[in-house]
Design a protein around this ligand. Sequence first.
Ligand code: TNX
Length: 539
Amino acid sequence: MRSTESATLPASRLRLRRTTVLAGVMLAALALAAAPRAQAPQTPGGSGAVPLRPALIPWPSSVAMTAGERFAITKDTAIEVTPGQPDLRRVAAMIADLLRPALDATLAIRDAGATPAPGSIRLDIAPGRQATDEGYELAVAADGIRITAKTPAGVFYGAQTLRQLLPWSVELRGPRPFAVFVPAARITDTPRFGWRGAMLDVARHFFGPADLKRYIDLIALYKMNRLHLHLTDDQGWRIQIRSWPKLTSIGGRTQVKGGPGGFYTKKDYADIVAYARDRFITVVPEIEMPSHCNAALASYPQLNCDGKAPALYTGIDVGFSNFCFDKPLTYKFLDDVIRELAAMTPGPWLHIGGDEVKKMTPEQYAAFMERAQDIVIKHGKVPVGWDEMIHATLRPSTVVQYWRPDASLAPPAGTKLILSPANRVYLDMKYNASTVLGLDWAGKVDVEVPYAWDPATHVNVDESQILGVEAPIWSETPANIRDIEFLLFPRMPAVAEAAWTAQSARAWDDFRSRLGAQAPRWSALGINAFWSPKIDWQR
Ligand code: TNX
């Protein structure tokens, strides 16, 4: 089946009621063969077209569309929320913000009564209804929209699904009033994995708070829920630490190719953490050690074994720097840094790197990483480390992030894992030979590569050990947020679906047609996407 085939239901058909239940890809494929496909571009006025197979990413657990029925959102539609839930009010305000340009009005938000008022968008917390914290139900009918979940996070994910059911033109900014029609649907959904992460390396190139907020907005569209910040590396130290101020005043001064660099003050960081939290994303900060630390060594001569500070570094080699592992001051330094970072990080995890160490024996490395884990635990956090760390004795809570394509060495039983295989989900790899941005040491990674794999098969462990999937962007080559967008789109939505959707409900041909339908949305959002030749883009 060609994914460009599309059809609009004629208006006369709208009077017919036909319910197409699409639960999973196999059923969906049958339905696609039997029914006219309706990924019709929707006109700002709302042509009345009803998408029978909505272009939802990640694909939900169960989708039933009711042809011929739709809800019209107008200026008078109210958003009702379960009383006493400030997080729900915030989700309601985001929905109102999204719809403001389309309606040229701000929808009223009010506490819900016992029964939904007809014609409203209702956001409900119903503790018993959903088995999982992040699951939700979304019902759209002629008389209203209802999102029900156990937690505000679930309602937020329901709202992201609702957003994708709206005509793409709602994404255009600037008032342009039109009626917003939403096709009738009944969707129930829950994620496969609880860890759906994106990592940004802010050390090689620095990305300021406004860029990070844009990044957060973009990953939230696809229900990602972890933002891993690689805050330190050879080229830069990007987080203010009061007890060691030169880390940023010297170590934050430059970046790859010698640009001005930069760093986050504690206030910037708190603001980013709060912005992420409002979108149900937990920040996971990383302090790299024992290698990848030239910026720290350049800031403080006393951290070096010979007491001499190296120059700041603006190249892209790895493995040449190392903390002086037999100096007591090194551990006092790490204790101070982790104490301060833990105090400003509400999430439970703190990443301590541990990769690409070339200047220690295996015994020295293991002893160092054991001490580092203990410092993190002492300050109340769960240590996370790159996969080399399985060569140290892992503390019971420690999480291992697999990044090397060769994952033949499994961690001890019970250890929790995050999967970031470079040859699958490193979004700093080039797409193909024609794309200039990116590295290619792990191969070319066009959009089918992060999609077409089963995360459960990457490492030989029980699936219950796998927390989920995370896509890193290392910033040796991307230098600004436009570059980051180019690396994220279209691959990040593919990673998001690999992390969210059950394996049995995923198929590349089906995904690529839903992905192709995202194009007008991304254009309306001003996203600098790579229009991969692997996809038939609806533009
Ligand atoms: C490997 S992944 C690294 C990074 C580089 C990246 C470039 C990992 C744990 N280490 O230092 O930036 O490759 O793709």
